[in-house]
Design a protein around this ligand. Structure first.
Ligand code: AMP
Ligand code: MG
Length: 326
């Protein structure tokens, strides 16, 4: 449960409401232009929309009631968010350098995957980025603060971003950060992980076709191709830059247009280069990654936004990976 005061709850609610209204406009246009093939018009689709993970979540499927899935998504958010006081992530961060925190076996699996992805991307995606990303955020997790240069320079020198310091004890079922001040941030993969869980649940419920769209990160399933539009990062009205056809895959986009702000004429965005602990240099407007696994797609989109030169080596490492730079 969130332990915010009622004033804070109202602010949080208002912020979320504004975000939701904006997102309704944007996300509807971002992706999922249409389901390919004529038969889709004859088939009955059920649509669920709810707000979670800081974004609008939409599930289109042949299953009439997915309230159990919505419940699961909220529960997962409670485990993975760094802004919900009792989440696994918050407890691990608060106990850094002190003690291990007991977590679920599934959470341990995710931490192992995030360490693997941190290594495979040469540290561009870095699960330990929390000590830097948290400095740019307010207490609600909104990306709106400018840390002072000295804190960031100290952080770069501190060695607090070393994934080797994330210690897993599989027998005790605990995760621990070795040093005080270290923080994990799963914001770069949480959506992917939860999208994969939603897909598993839909398949278990007997779904034959679905399209999951969490703020533009998408997974499709069924005996058909889906036409997905990649948002034009420069369009305010949700225009599309390019379309792709995918079947039974995930498509995830990272870009500086998602969460950003300006202060004293400087543009700040939410994808942090672990080498500088500052928003990364923008070399592309967006990076879209297509893969079977939404967690891999999510992490690699973040990594490739930071370092597009990783493209060829990642394509060699991750079978079936497709990358689109805009
Ligand atoms: P995405 O929108 O999937 O590219 O993820 C961006 C989110 O991932 C940010 O809001 C942070 O929570 C987190 N993040 C930022 N920079 C990094 C990084 N270098 N490695 C891992 N996660 C990051
Ligand atoms: Mg990502």
């Amino acid at each position: 449960m969130r332990s915010v005061s009622s004033d804070k709850s109202q602010t949080l609610f208002r912020t979320r409401l504004v975000a939701l209204v904006l997102l309704l406009g944007a996300v509807c246009c971002i992706c999922a232009l249409s389901c390919a093939k004529d038969r889709s018009s004859k088939e009955k689709w059920h649509v669920e929309r709810f707000y979670s993970l800081g974004t609008l979540c939409v599930i289109r499927s042949d299953i009439p009631d997915n309230s159990d899935i919505e419940k699961m998504v909220h529960e997962e958010e409670e485990a993975y968010s760094a802004f919900i006081p009792n989440s696994f992530v918050s407890r691990i961060n608060e106990s850094a350098g002190i003690a291990g925190v007991e977590v679920s076996a599934e959470f341990i699996g995710m931490i192992k995957k995030s360490i693997m992805l941190s290594k495979e991307t040469g540290g561009a995606f870095n699960v330990m980025i929390g000590c830097a990303s948290s400095l740019y955020r307010n207490e609600y997790g909104e990306f709106c603060k400018v840390p002072d240069d000295k804190s960031l320079d100290d952080l770069v020198k501190s060695g607090c971003l070393d994934p080797e310091d994330l210690v897993i004890d599989e027998i005790a079922g605990t995760v621990m950060l070795r040093r005080k001040g270290e923080r994990i941030d799963l914001g770069g993969i949480a959506k992917g992980m939860i999208i994969d869980k939603v897909a598993e649940m839909l398949i278990r419920k007997g779904s034959k076709r679905f399209l999951i769209n969490f703020g533009g990160d998408i997974r499709v399933f069924g005996d058909r191709e889906y036409v997905i539009g990649i948002r034009d990062p420069e369009s305010d009205s949700g225009g599309v830059s390019e379309t792709v056809r995918i079947a039974d895959k995930c498509i995830v986009t990272s870009g500086a247009y998602e969460r950003n702000f300006e202060e004293n004429g400087v543009f700040y965005h939410h994808i942090i280069d672990p080498k500088t602990c500052r928003p990364c240099v923008i070399r592309n407007k967006s990076v879209t990654v297509i893969h079977d696994d939404a967690v891999i797609a999510d992490a690699l989109a973040t990594a490739l936004f930071i370092n597009p030169d990783l493209r060829d080596s990642l394509i060699r490492k991750f079978e079936g990976l497709e990358v689109i730079f805009i």
